[in-house]
Design a protein around this ligand. Structure first.
Ligand SMILES: Nc1ncnc2c1ncn2[C@@H]1O[C@H](COP(=O)(O)OP(=O)(O)OP(=O)(O)O)[C@@H](O)[C@H]1O
Length: 373
């Protein structure tokens, strides 16, 4: 099921003019504060009646201002998950979930409820009240409640923003399962590059009310032209990798970027797909294969583009196997190595520079592309 959105709206000095398609999976609405993410989500949910809009999901028209059609929020079948879980404190987890079912026309089936309880890992919590749950557990229940209303799409507005790092790490694998097991579009608003890199199938990058770029996460994240909008410190590429084996010295060997990638041990079995985010700041470039050097990862590739701005840095994109890698070097180094599109070089990445939080489960799109090659 695909969500198609086209919205134009004016508020005083701000104009939103954005169109995008959100297929099944997680579509991240990403952009700096004030770029229009909430306005866009409100236009999709019906909380805002835009000047002009067309919103359609799975062939069902929710809003078409040209035809004078704009369904109110309660007729749009949208599931919502906010920063705070907003569960009913006097009801148990089970009763909170049943509240979601009550809102669905078909009332959902027991089998559907069991599947969601299992997927979200909340079986042991069913008789507790929200006061006895951690923030991450509450959010998992809130997701279950939203899905049991059998929505046509799920809107998640900064669902992890109120959680500490440990609770975020606990809930991310459930969100990855949600992404892979649910066939409705999930719109996910976030300020966090780490969350977007880990979860999103598609990214819509917003800036001052406009879509700067939309496309598959790997493509948007590794576009050097977008690094300033993403944040130079946060910029980096997302690689689609496959677990090859776990070595006795604590390293996991992955196949990525047409080469071997060694990282401190991660979970998963040989053959599993994972996505790995590599910060541009953590990548060195060399024209020659490095000799005696401590970094374990040497990924050969070809420079595809170089982006410079007013500062001393240069963002270099290279193609390595099926992946793109982003490296942030100085303009001085780029000149000294005479880097230009077509230059063959090696990206050097220290194993320990890749944080555990930057490695996530690969999504179905990776599995699909794998089977077609
Ligand atoms: N009801 C309103 N009236 C007037 N201006 C508004 C209204 N709502 C939002 N705006 C303006 O529209 C712009 C976009 O706001 P919006 O809340 O959509 O951004 P955002 O990307 O969600 O920001 P944040 O990440 O801070 O939540 C801002 O300049 C904001 O001041």
């Amino acid at each position: 099921m695909t969500l198609s959105v086209s919205v134009q709206h004016h508020f005083g000095g701000f104009t939103l003019d954005a169109s995008f398609e959100a297929p099944a999976g997680v579509t991240a609405l990403f952009g700096s504060s004030g770029s229009g993410k909430t306005t866009l989500v409100n236009a999709v949910s019906g909380l805002l009646r835009p000047d002009q809009a067309r919103v359609e999901v799975g062939g069902r028209l929710l809003c078409d201002t040209e035809k004078g059609l704009c369904l109110p929020p309660h007729k749009r079948r949208v599931g919502y998950v906010f920063q705070e879980a907003r569960l009913f404190p006097h009801l148990t987890v089970r009763q909170n979930l049943h509240y979601g079912r009550w809102f669905s026309k078909t009332r959902g089936s027991d089998a559907e409820e069991s599947r969601l309880v299992e997927m979200l890992g909340i079986g042991a919590l069913l008789d507790r009240r929200p006061g006895a749950l951690s923030g991450g557990e509450k959010q998992r229940v809130a997701i279950g409640r939203a899905l049991l209303s059998q929505p046509l799409m799920l809107l998640m507005d900064e669902p992890l923003a109120a959680l500490d790092e440990a609770r975020k790490a606990e809930i991310l694998p459930y969100l990855e399962r949600l992404r892979d097991d649910t066939d409705i579009p999930i719109l996910y608003v976030s300020h966090s590059v780490a969350e977007v890199a880990r979860l999103a199938t598609t990214v819509v990058l917003l800036d001052k009310g406009k879509v700067l770029k939309t496309g598959p996460t790997e493509e948007v994240m590794s576009d050097p032209a977008l690094a300033p909008a993403i944040g130079l410190r946060e910029a980096g590429s997302v690689l689609s990798a496959t677990v090859v084996t776990h070595h006795d010295d604590g390293l996991t060997e992955l196949a990525a970027a047409g080469a071997k990638l060694f990282l401190p041990r991660i979970g998963g079995n040989p053959g599993d797909h994972v996505r790995v985010r590599i910060h541009a700041n953590d990548v060195m470039l060399s024209l020659d294969p490095p000799g005696r050097v401590s970094a374990l990862n040497t990924l050969p590739g070809t420079v595809t583009s170089i982006r410079t701005g007013g500062g001393p840095g240069a963002m270099v994109q290279m193609q390595a196997g099926d992946d793109q890698i982003l490296a942030r070097v100085t303009k001085r180094s780029a000149a000294a190595l005479d880097l230009k599109p077509g230059t063959e070089c090696y990206a050097i990445v220290k194993s320990v520079s890749v944080a555990r939080a930057d490695i996530g489960a690969g999504d179905q799109s990776m599995a699909k592309s794998d089977t077609t090659t």
